[in-house]
Design a protein around this ligand. Structure first.
Ligand code: HEM
Length: 233
């Protein structure tokens, strides 16, 4: 067994791998949010951004492969750690085991499952175009990501599902980021509070940023509230 495989099979090795892959995915998510917020600049900007990504396979594919590998490692190590925790605390009663596993670990598992279901639905929609939706090209002949977003989020069921699922993304990150710092040993009494509050702030900004898209599209394009977004008028 290689040195890496030996470390990766220990509890701390598994936690380290979860922390590193989790932080990698969070970094990707910040980039994804920044790109998606271009929808507020209008159809041309967001479609050009999507086209730019697809026109740079040397950037797109390594990022896609890294994300896939990160997701797989993160799930596998998470399941292994959970299995170890449950085994370490044997109980005759399922309820007792669950209670002892504690709220954070329980809600991480729950929010993690919702996150995976969300990603599967999201890929079926935006990447593989398998869900009912608007999949066409814009006037320049490029994939019309803008119309896809507007048509999707105008629908209350669709935007509602996104708002709930994104809430779970936020819940997962809320606990995960501080936990990752702890695992990585990033710990300094003078900066701990600042760091932890900074991370919680980042999660809130990310959540509000992601939420802003389905919520404003739903309100604006259903004429519930006419928002002052020039590119949408
Ligand atoms: C309002 C929220 C979101 C919107 C509007 C959105 C929009 C999009 C769009 C338009 C694409 C397709 C890009 C393209 O191929 O041109 C995409 C892909 C993707 N999204 Fe999102 N997204 C959102 C939130 C999220 C979240 C929270 C996650 C992860 C937890 C996520 C994970 C992904 C992944 C993994 C892909 C595939 C990337 C690829 O094909 O390379 N998205 N999203």
């Amino acid at each position: 067994m290689s040195r890496f495989a030996r470390i990766a099979s220990t509890s701390i090795g598994k936690k380290l791998l979860m922390a590193v892959t989790g932080l990698g995915m969070t970094g990707w998510l910040v980039g994804h949010l920044t790109g998606n917020l271009k929808v507020f600049l209008g159809q041309k900007e967001v479609n050009e951004y999507a086209l730019w990504l697809h026109d740079h396979p040397a950037l797109l594919w390594p990022a896609r492969i890294a994300m896939l590998v990160f997701i797989l490692i993160h799930i596998r190590k998470g399941l292994q750690l959970r299995g170890e925790n449950t085994k370490a605390r044997p109980s005759k009663y399922q309820v007792e085991t669950t209670l002892r596993a504690g709220f954070p670990s329980l809600h991480m598992a729950m929010s993690g499952i919702v996150l995976m279901l969300f990603i599967a639905m999201h890929l079926a929609h935006y990447t593989f175009h398998l869900l009912p939706g608007e999949y066409r090209n814009d006037a320049m002949g490029n994939p019309d990501v803008y119309s896809m977003m507007i048509a999707g989020f105008k629908d209350p069921l669709f935007s509602g599902t996104y708002v709930i699922a994104l809430g779970f993304v936020g819940l997962h990150l809320w606990h995960a980021l501080s936990s990752a710092l702890q695992t990585l040993g990033i710990n300094h009494s003078a900066y701990n509070t600042l760091l932890r509050n900074g991370l919680k702030g980042l999660v809130l900004v990310m959540l509000l940023g992601f939420w802003s898209i389905p919520i404003t599209v739903f309100l604006h394009f259903n004429n519930i509230v006419q928002l002052p977004i020039p590119a949408w008028n």
